[in-house]
Design a protein around this ligand. Structure first.
Ligand code: HEC
Length: 302
């Protein structure tokens, strides 16, 4: 009898922890479904839903300039997904994509031996890995972005880490992104601390900041599909799929971290450090929201 009770206790302990483990992403999945549905509904028929979602745009302008309905995957294109004039302009630019030369440089860097004779492929034998980043490392108890993984590989091989955001690191990441094209984003929330990191990122996304008291949400969820000065605001859904990007404004490649740091600063806050905890959490949340979407990086932006 006692033996049997013990057995039942053990089984229920095990199944209890399995049930618990499967639940770390329960809230995130709820959030993600709501997030995706909002965008699908919003861009299903903007003419019909103008009063609800686009009160600030005339029906005439919607008919002339908007692309719809948008499929889930269409959101990979940022503002180009819904705004015809941008899409046409960038189709011309991408006939000879400006990221091609730095992408070739990235491939050369990936294949170039370190001083010890090894290459990046000793760390990333299969370069199609970008869909898994950023991930929560349960041993280190922190978020590992793809930039951090690249630098860890260098340090492991006796090389100096690269500066984040642009230059060689953006080139190497572009090569990894290119090899990962078509892979579906697959961000996981493996434990309670990962769930906390997700929640912290979410909070940052919705937090009103700066003297404008404006949030990411205001511009890239509610404002997505609106124009702000000369810019068409991109939906936050799919926002990380095409990174790194070659920005005309930058005259070169930049990583997701660089873009996020810039967007925080543009809203009147102090510019956060790249790979700082808050910026990694923001990237973790934002990338999770696009789970299941196919990657298409690198790409070109204004
Ligand atoms: C005042 C409006 C505004 C706010 C607030 C804002 N952004 Fe942006 N963001 C822009 C504009 C304008 C662009 C360039 C056009 C576009 O792609 O939307 C942009 C671009 C981006 C892009 C690149 C999208 C792409 O497809 O290339 C990302 C990612 C981004 N913002 C994230 C954020 C995050 C995260 C926050 C909150 C910290 C934020 N933004 C807050 C206006 C804003």
């Amino acid at each position: 009898m006692l033996k049997r009770l013990a057995k039942i206790a053990i089984i229920s302990m095990i199944s209890g922890s399995i049930m618990f483990a499967a639940n770390f992403n329960a809230q995130a999945e709820k959030d993600r479904h709501a997030f995706v549905n909002y965008f699908l509904k919003k861009f299903k028929n903007p003419v019909k839903n103008q009063a609800k979602y686009f009160p600030y745009v005339s029906i005439k302008e919607i008919k002339k300039d908007y692309i719809y309905p948008l499929s889930f995957q269409a959101f990979q294109d940022g503002s180009l997904s819904w705004y015809k004039p941008s899409k046409e302009q960038f189709a011309e630019i991408n006939a000879f994509p400006p990221y091609e030369i730095p992408l070739d440089d990235g491939e050369a860097l990936y294949k170039k031996p370190f001083a010890n004779g090894k290459t990046y492929s000793s760390c990333f034998p299969n370069p199609a890995i970008k869909q898994n980043y950023p991930y929560y490392d349960t041993k280190k108890d922190e978020i590992i972005t793809i930039g951090i993984a690249v630098n860890e590989c260098r340090v492991k091989n006796g090389e100096k880490p690269l500066k984040y955001g642009k230059g060689d690191i953006a080139k190497v990441i572009s090569y990894l992104a290119y090899k990962s094209r078509g892979q579906k984003i697959n961000i996981k929330i493996p434990n309670a601390n990962a769930a906390k990191a997700y929640e912290a990122g979410k909070k940052l996304f919705y937090k009103q900041r700066g003297y404008l008291a404006i949030s990411c949400n205001e511009c890239h969820v509610k404002g997505a599909g609106k124009r702000l000065r000369a810019e068409a605001l991109s939906p936050a859904l799919g926002a990380t799929t095409q990174m790194p990007v070659y920005r005309i404004k930058w005259g070169g490649l930049g990583t997701l971290q660089r873009r996020l740091a810039g967007c925080v600063k543009d809203t009147g806050s102090e510019k956060p450090k790249m790979q700082s905890k808050p910026l990694k959490e923001l990237a973790y949340f934002l990338t999770y929201m696009s789970n299941g979407m196919k990657l298409f990086g690198p790409d070109t932006r204004k």
